[in-house]
Write a protein that binds this ligand. Sequence first.
Ligand SMILES: Cc1cc2nc3c(=O)[nH]c(=O)nc-3n(C[C@H](O)[C@H](O)[C@H](O)COP(=O)(O)O)c2cc1C
Length: 305
Amino acid sequence: MSNVDLSIKIGNLELKNPVMLASGTVGYGNEISNFTDLSKIGAIVTKSISLKPRKGNPPQRIVETPSGMLNAIGLANVGLDEFVKEKIPFLEKVKSTLICNIAANTIEEYIECTKILDSEETIKGFEINVSCPNVKEGGLSFGNSVSAVGRITEKVRAVTNKPIIIKLSPNTATIADFAKVVKEEGGDAVSAINTLVGTSFDIYKKTPKIKNVTGGLSGPAIKPVALAKVLEISRSIDIPIIGIGGIMDWKDVVEFMIVGASAIQLGTVNFINPNAGLEIIDGLEKYCKEMKISKLSDFVASYKI
Ligand SMILES: Cc1cc2nc3c(=O)[nH]c(=O)nc-3n(C[C@H](O)[C@H](O)[C@H](O)COP(=O)(O)O)c2cc1C
């Protein structure tokens, strides 16, 4: 079999393959473009953008943990104006689909950011971050409330026709309830998961290794949790799911697709191997040939329980 179809659809968004680069792990695409060919990636999700620039949390902001890392960056970003002026022109030249991730402290700010960015042609869709564990306002205070997530989806839906993906938190009892309200309020997809709240202490100083005390855990350590969350959503709600959490290679991607993910995002692995996306696309193609399937998306939610 020569041609394998790796393309996928999320609402009216068509991607040439299911491999996306996760928010916050590739900045605005410039550094990673020195190490990989971004035009071959399904989509790039930008670092969370807020209306005004944010300095984020004071250092130390990152620490390595067994099979993962903790980060408490606190949504440091250049702010919307500079993003439009300085970052979009570069991203325009990269022939990959651009998804803009938005973070905000208030519902009005989500609406304002989406409205402004909606007119940017380069941006093909929005990922709304309601789930950052490392900020005092916004972040998890939204992500923990089904009604707040519903209201944000409804209000953002009202100001854009582009695909809306709501990025869900794993730090909740029943993630499927959040996916349900996203669907009810007109969201096109959910992405799951953002990081899990964690901490790490220096045993001699007895102080937290991260200045913010807690941070978000990511990397292979969280993969089983992420798979379970994707499966939970997939078994309860009919909505496209973008699986995120600890993906290191193409086998992890296939596992996420089997439990219900239509696409996936790569996060922590980008720091270890910035070319992982391309290697994964190659691996997926070989796997399809080996399995004699012509369309990768046939695997989505193919679990037998
Ligand atoms: C250093 C770092 C910064 C991150 N910044 C953001 C962010 O700005 N917005 C967001 O929605 N997620 C952010 N995330 C979460 C990732 O997009 C992803 O959901 C998470 O890391 C789990 O995937 P992984 O295990 O493959 O890393 C960040 C993660 C890391 C490690």
